[in-house]
Write a protein that binds this ligand. Structure first.
Ligand code: ATP
Ligand code: ATP
Ligand code: MG
Ligand code: MG
Lengths: 284, 284
C-alpha cells in the first residue's frame, strides 16, 4: 500500500503474486481498488464480474454483504488465473463501498474483509470449505488512506510499501506510517511493516542513491530507538525493481510479466524479490 | 489536473509557470493540493505559511474565508518567488477544507477560488488593487476529483492534462473528461480542454508510441463528432516532456528547473512548451 498514486502498487502486487505462485505456493491476489487495475492487469474484465451484470461477484460484495454471507461470496467470486494463482477481482462499484460503509461502526467497517477471509479459512481448514487455504494473500490497495486501504491493513500481517526513489515521494511516508500505527494500535496488533519495495528504480543516478540512503537511515534509527513501532524491523527490500518498459506493456495484454516476457529484467527482479519474501516467511 | 497520482502535475505546473514568467509574462502559480508539493518545489515551507503559525496565509484561507475577505487574504498570501512569478501556497490544513466546504451549497463551494480571484482582479483593474493583474494563472490540483480540483476547474479557462504514455494511465481519462463536462455544463461554460502534456516521456519505446497513437485517435474522433464537447479542440501537445532526472532532483533543492539546470533537456522541453502555450493564448 501507498497513498501516493502511480508508484508501482499494482505492478508489484500482480507480479509478486505471480512469482510466488510460480514458486509453487497457493496465492490469492485481492484487488481492493475501484480503479480495478490489478483485475485488468491479469486479463479479467471488471465490468463483467459484477453480480448485477450476471458475474460471480467481486470484493465489493465481500465488503458489503453480512460477514456470514461474505465467505460464500468470496468463494464464488474468486477466479483462477494461473496455476496456484487466484484473484478476488474488483469492479467500479467498489467506489460506492466507501460511502455505504460510512454508516457502519468503525471497528466493523475496517474489518469486513478480514472477517470474511477468516470465515473462509475456518471453513476450508475444516476440510469442507469452498475455498482452498492459501499460503499467501497479497492485497493491492487504492492510492488513499480511506476505508478500503484500512480494510487491507486490518487484514494483513505485513505491509509492503512500493515507492520510487524520488524526493517528492519521500514526503508521504510519514503519513503512511501514522496510519499503520493507528491500525496496529487498534484492530490489528500483529501488523508490521516489512519494508519498502523500490519500483521503476534507476540504479545509475545520484538522486536515487541519495533518496535510498535517506530511507535506510530512517529505518536504522527506528531499529535503534527504544520505543516499539510497527516498522522497527522494516528496511529497504532487495532487489529493487528496475525500470523496464515490459512491465508497463504487459497490463495492456492482460498478462503478468512471466506470461509476457519471462526473461526480461522486470521478471528477474520480481522473481528474486519473491524468493526473498518466501524465504523470510518460511523462516518465521 | 489529473486524478491519477504521480503523473507530473506538479512538475509541469511549477516549470511551465516558471518558463512563462521567464518569457516576461506576469504569472501566478496556485497550489491547490494539501500535499503542498508545488509549494515545496519552489522552496517555500508549507508549515510556515499558516496564519496560525504567524505566516501570511495560504490557499486554505482563500477557500474558507467569506468571499469578500478572501481577496484581501489572497493578496497577502501570495509570495514572490522569481521575477514575474508568484505563488499562492498550500498548507497541510488544506485537507480540512474538503470537510469544511462539504456543508456549503454545491455552487458556492466549487466557486470559492474563482470568486476570490475575480474580486482581486476587479480591485486590481480599478488600479488600487492589492494584487497585480496576471497574464497567466496556473493551478496545480491534487490527485482526486474532489472539491479542491472542482474549484480549479471552475476557475480555469483551459485544462491541461499531464500524463504518462502508459496503458494503465489511459484508464482514468474517461472519468476525468466526465468531470470536466460536468463543470463545463454547470458553473464554468467557457471551460475547455486544451490538451494532454506527455510527461516523463520515453520517445524510444513502441509502447509509448502506441499509447500516444490511441490518444491522437481519440481526439481526432472528438473533433469530427457532430456534438460539442469541452475537448473538441483538444490534442496531444508538443513537445512531450522527456524523462530527465534533473526534473526529479530540483524539488529537493526548492528550485525550478531553470534555476537548477537551465540547459538540461527538461528545461528545454518546458521552455518550448511554454512558448507554444503563450503563442496560442496571444493568438486567441
Ligand atoms: N518497474 C517498472 N518499470 C516500468 N514501468 C513501471 C514499473 N513499475 C510500474 N510501472 C508503470 O508505472 C505506472 C504506475 O504503476 P502502477 O499502476 O503499478 O502504480 P500504482 O501505485 O498501482 O498506481 P495507482 O496509485 O493508480 O494504483 C503503470 O503504467 C505501470 O505500468
Ligand atoms: N519528466 C520527468 N522526468 C523525470 N522525473 C519526473 C518527470 N516528471 C515528473 N517526475 C518525477 O515524477 C514524480 C511524480 O511527479 P509529480 O509530483 O509532478 O506528479 P503529480 O502528478 O503532481 O503527483 P501527485 O498526484 O502526487 O500530485 C516526482 O518525483 C517528479 O520529480
Ligand atoms: Mg494501482
Ligand atoms: Mg502533485
Amino acid at each position: 500500500m501507498n497513498q501516493k498514486g502511480g508508484v508501482g502498487k499494482t505492478t508489484t502486487a500482480v507480479n509478486l503474486a505471480a512469482a510466488i505462485a510460480r514458486a509453487g505456493r497457493r496465492t490469492l491476489l485481492i484487488d481492493l481498488d475501484p480503479q480495478a487495475h490489478a483485475t485488468l492487469h491479469v486479463g479479467v474484465d471488471p465490468g463483467s464480474v459484477s453480480r448485477l451484470a450476471g458475474g460471480k461477484g467481486s470484493v465489493y460484495d465481500v465488503l458489503t454483504e453480512e460477514p456470514s454471507a461474505a465467505a460464500e461470496v468470496l468463494a464464488s467470486a474468486m477466479l483462477s488465473i494461473a496455476p496456484q494463482l487466484w484473484i478476488l477481482p474488483s469492479e467500479t462499484d467498489l467506489a460506492a463501498a466507501e460511502t455505504e460503509l460510512a454508516d457502519v461502526p468503525a471497528a466493523d467497517r475496517t474489518t469486513r474483509l478480514r472477517r470474511a477471509l477468516e470465515r473462509c479459512s475456518a471453513i476450508a481448514n475444516g476440510g469442507t470449505g469452498p475455498v482452498p487455504p492459501f499460503d499467501f494473500v497479497l492485497i493491492d490497495c487504492p492510492p488513499s488512506l480511506g476505508v478500503l486501504t484500512l480494510n487491507g491493513l486490518a487484514t494483513a500481517r505485513e505491509v509492503f510499501i512500493p515507492m520510487q526513489a524520488q524526493f517528492l515521494a519521500l514526503q508521504g511516508v510519514g503519513k503512511l506510517l501514522e496510519t499503520v500505527s493507528m491500525i496496529a494500535g487498534g484492530v490489528n496488533p500483529r501488523l508490521r511493516v516489512t519494508g519498502i519495495i523500490l519500483c521503476a528504480h534507476d540504479t545509475t543516478t545520484t538522486h536515487a542513491r541519495e533518496v535510498v540512503a535517506d530511507l535506510v537511515e530512517f529505518f536504522e534509527q527506528a531499529r535503534q530507538a527504544p520505543s516499539e513501532s510497527p516498522w522497527k524491523t522494516a528496511r529497504v527490500l532487495s532487489p529493487p525493481i528496475r525500470r523496464n518498459i515490459k512491465l508497463a506493456e504487459c497490463p495492456s495484454f492482460g498478462k503478468t510479466i512471466f506470461d509476457y516476457a519471462s526473461s526480461c529484467p522486470g521478471a528477474a527482479d520480481y522473481a528474486a524479490l519473491a524468493e526473498r519474501v518466501i524465504g523470510e516467511w518460511d523462516a518465521m
